[in-house]
Structure formats: structure tokens, C-alpha cells
Write a protein that binds this ligand. Structure first.
Ligand code: PNW
Length: 463
């Protein structure tokens, strides 16, 4: 029976990438240097000293890539725009050739029947803004971001109707502005990393977070002002999801409280317009510094909420004392995917959108990323047999379908990633694609999972 495993009519079947991870052409057509160019060009920062200089060469091969998306029945493509292609200096004079690339890409997508969804910031900040202002430590960067976002919406708005402001506040702030180890289960920890590679004290870190959400809010307003009426906008955050150990009302209440607290500096303030008291109390209430007016900007009304869903942040059980929940340690034997942080639990794909609806009343949700890395190899017959990724997708989309069948308003799903690509500090070692890429020849080979996606998208159902 497939009938009861279908998604709502009009559900978007998308694939996703990000500029620095796929484009290459790092210094072509007037592009400015980004903080990721600088970071990856510094030896020792990236596994194997890989860089995104060439990556998938998507900048030149986008026609082939759009044809591949079409061949797997994708109906939407989430790509990001490299800010330093548009404003090489961060602000000021726009670079027409940079904008032209995205214009050609969008035309190609529309001709293939694929709807473009543009992310405006997927971490490749113009180096000029890092040098001038210290990046997101300064409100000036948030202001410059709004200027760039409004300009893009004005120029592409006739053909691009959906924008995500910022991708994963959590990842680029926590990974780029401090040196930190995060637990990965079984008592083990993993060191995060990323551009600009700073190590700021906690008070400044909170100010960085604040300027990032402020940049989001200012960009929302600028996109509405710059784009045509009906332009839709939201964010794409790596939501921290607390999963209830047992599906009972008291466990679910505990998980909701833990989820709200874990997202305090990002989703919670963007959707509520206030920082939770506990978040402010942490540093004695002294940071971040902000105004009521800024809070109103941060909580500018959105058309949808976008979340990247990979793994649970934690499991919780209820307790009687405040805050009403307790984190349960993740067992050493808990299954993982290839990336060391990737604790495997498909139910996170059910709880993430359900929490968005129950905690914040979200009425339109996109899964802006979901996927996994696997130890893919080309077999002797030339094919790539990623049966584990097929298992992963069937299980996660099964849980998403469960959510939509219960009335959780999810309007689309973007698989990470359309192709294997530059996986940040892991370089080309961790493959997340539906399409295998040989990084010597740049040949593309659809994996087994691409066939699964094609069939699921065709039927609008879990298969
Ligand atoms: C996301 N975690 O990063 C990014 O948006 C992508 O650019 C990236 O390639 C993809 O997911 C895969 O890593 C994440 O620790 C980084 O849970 C870390 C986590 C999740 C997502």
C-alpha cells in the first residue's frame, strides 16, 4: 500500500547545495575573497589541506547539474549565493558578472521545471567584512548583509520567490568564533572548526550570535522591500531537537521545554522576539547587549520556518524540579552514520517539525537539509551501492510522512546533498551526495539512493 504513505499535494521534493561547497571558480569573474577561501588556504585547517578552489566546478557545469536534478524528479533546488560574488568588498559596487551566474542558473532551473530557493548566507562572508569589522562581531556586518540581501531580491525577484536568509547560525557561530569540543556520544567529544577560526570569550560570542539573528531580521525586511509583493522568506537553522525517550505527554512536555532552551539564542528569539530569562541569566544578564527595537527586528514575521535535520541534540526525560527535564546520556553503542557527530535516529525527523508546531505555532515548515555521509565507492561495474543511505532516507522520510499525516504543516524536503561536495573541515572525505563525484575527473555518477529519490519524488510517497 502506498496510498497511506503519501505526502500532501504540492509537497516539494528538493535537493540542496551551498556555494563554497560546490561552485569552485573561487577567483573568477570579479569575485571577492571569502573567509572560507582564506581559511581553506591556510595549511592545517582542512583535512588533507583540501580547498574549495575547484570543488565540483558547478560554476561551469551547472547545466549538467540541473539536468541531473531533473533526471531524479527534483522539483526544487536550494542553492546559496556567494555574497563576495555579488559584493566583492562586502558592500558598495555590485559585481554584475557574479550576479549573472545566478541569473543563468535560475533560468536553467526554471526551464527544467525546478523551483529555485536561494540561501543568502551559507558561511562564505566577504573577507573584507572580516577585516573591516571583525565579521559578525559587529552590527555593521548585519547591516551590510541586509543591503546585499535586498539587492539580490530586487535583481532576482522576478524569478526567485523563496529566500532563506542564513544557514545554520549554530554551526558558523559555534564553529567559527570559538574553539570548542562537542559531545558525540559514549563520552567522546569532537572539536568543531571553521572560518574565521577565532576563539572569542563567552560575552563576545553572545554578541556574535545576537548580530547574526539581527542580520537575519534586517535581511527579512530588506528582502520584502526589495523583492516583488508575495516574495517569501524564512531562515534555515540547524534546530537543536530534544527527543522524548518515551512518547507520553510528560516526556513530550519535557522535550518541548528542553528544545526551547537549547535554541534560545537563535530559533527561540527569532520566533518569540525575546531571549529566554535563563539564557540572559547565564552571563549575569550582562550579555548580549541589545535594544527592544532590535528584538522586534529579529522577530520580523516570516512566511515559513526552515530547519536542517540530521540528529537529535539530546534525549530527555521529565523531572519534577525546574527546568522540568533531564538530559539522558547517549550510549556508546548508539548507531551512527559515517560523520562522527551523526547519531542515527530517524524519529528526530518527526519531532523536529512537530515541536516547531507545538512550541511556536509554525504554519509552514521546510526541511531545508537532511541526509548522511557514507563510505561510498565506485564498484567494479561502475555503480555506487549506498544501501545504507537508502535505508536512512526511507526511515527519515517515513517519519516526516508520519508528521504530515498528523497535520504538521511541512511543505517540502531538501536532501543534502545533490552531489558529493566539499564537506568543510572534513574536505572531500565525507560524501553526502545522491550523485557520486570523482574529484579528479569531476565525473558525476548517480548512486543507488538517487534511484530511490527519483521514485519517491515521482510518487510523492515513501517507497
Ligand atoms: C550542515 N552537526 O552542517 C551544513 O549546512 C552543510 O553545509 C553541511 O555540508 C551538512 O550539514 C553536512 O555536514 C552541519 O554536528 C554540521 O549536527 C554539523 C552538524 C549538522 C549539520
Amino acid at each position: 500500500m502506498t496510498a497511506d504513505r503519501t505526502f500532501p499535494d504540492g509537497f516539494h521534493w528538493g535537493v540542496a547545495t551551498a556555494s563554497y561547497q560546490v561552485e569552485g571558480a573561487w577567483d573568477e569573474d570579479g569575485k571577492g575573497v571569502s573567509i572560507w577561501d582564506t581559511y581553506a588556504h591556510t595549511p592545517g585547517n582542512i583535512r588533507n589541506d583540501d580547498t574549495g578552489d575547484v570543488a565540483n566546478d558547478h560554476y561551469h557545469r551547472y547545466r549538467e547539474d540541473v539536468a541531473l536534478m531533473r533526471s531524479i524528479n527534483a522539483t526544487a533546488y536550494r542553492f546559496s549565493i556567494a555574497w563576495p560574488r555579488i559584493f566583492p568588498d562586502g558592500a558598495g559596487e555590485p559585481n554584475v558578472k557574479g550576479l549573472d551566474f545566478y541569473s543563468r542558473l535560475v533560468d536553467e532551473l526554471l526551464a527544467a521545471g525546478i523551483e529555485p530557493f536561494a540561501t543568502l548566507y551559507h558561511w562564505d562572508l566577504p573577507q573584507a567584512l572580516q577585516d573591516r569589522y571583525g565579521g559578525w562581531l559587529s552590527r555593521d556586518t548585519a547591516q551590510a548583509f541586509a543591503g546585499y540581501a535586498g539587492f539580490v531580491a530586487e535583481r532576482l525577484g522576478d524569478r526567485v520567490g523563496h529566500y532563506f536568509t542564513i544557514n545554520e547560525f549554530t554551526s558558523f557561530v559555534e564553529g567559527g568564533y570559538q574553539v570548542i569540543e562537542v559531545p558525540v556520544g559514549g563520552g567522546k567529544a569532537m572539536r568543531l572548526g571553521g572560518a574565521p577560526g577565532l576563539d572569542l570569550p563567552p560575552a563576545e560570542l553572545k554578541q556574535v550570535r545576537h548580530h547574526a539573528v539581527l542580520g537575519h531580521g534586517l535581511a527579512v525586511q530588506a528582502i520584502r522591500a526589495g523583492g516583488p509583493a508575495g516574495t517569501k522568506v524564512g531562515f534555515a537553522e540547524n534546530m537543536a531537537v530534544a527527543v522524548p525517550v518515551i512518547d507520553t505527554p510528560d516526556h513530550v512536555r519535557a522535550a518541548e521545554a528542553a528544545t526551547r532552551a537549547a535554541n534560545a539564542g537563535f530559533i527561540t528569539v527569532m520566533l518569540e522576539g525575546r531571549y529566554p530569562d535563563e539564557y540572559l541569566a547565564e552571563a549575569g544578564g550582562t550579555t548580549p547587549t541589545f535594544t527592544d527595537d532590535e528584538l522586534r527586528t529579529i522577530a520580523s514575521p516570516l512566511d515559513f520556518v526552515g530547519i536542517n535535520v540530521y540528529k537529535p541534540r539530546c534525549y530527555v526525560e521529565p523531572v519534577d524540579e525546574p527546568p522540568g527535564y533531564r538530559e539522558v546520556p547517549i550510549n556508546a553503542s548508539h548507531p551512527k552514520m559515517q560523520s562522527s557527530w551523526h547519531v542515527l535516529d530517524p524519529e528526530v525527523m518527526y519531532w523536529a517539525p512537530r515541536h516547531l508546531q507545538s512550541i511556536w505555532g509554525a504554519t509552514s515548515i521546510y526541511i531545508t537539509e537532511n541526509g548522511c555521509s557514507a563510505s561510498d565507492v565506485v564498484a567494479e561495474d561502475g555503480r555506487v551501492y549506498d544501501s545504507d543511505r537508502v535505508m536512512f532516507l526511507r526511515a527519515f522520510l517515513g517519519q516526516l510522512q508520519r508528521a504530515t499525516s498528523e497535520g504538521v504543516p511541512v511543505d517540502g524536503y531538501f536532501l543534502w546533498s545533490a552531489q558529493d561536495n566539499f564537506e568543510w573541515i572534513e574536505g572531500y572525505g565525507n560524501r553526502f551526495g545522491l550523485i557520486y563525484v570523482d574529484f579528479d575527473t569531476l565525473d558525476r555518477t548517480p548512486k543507488l539512493s538517487a534511484g530511490w529519490f527519483r521514485e519517491a519524488a515521482r510518487r510523492n510517497a515513501v517507497v
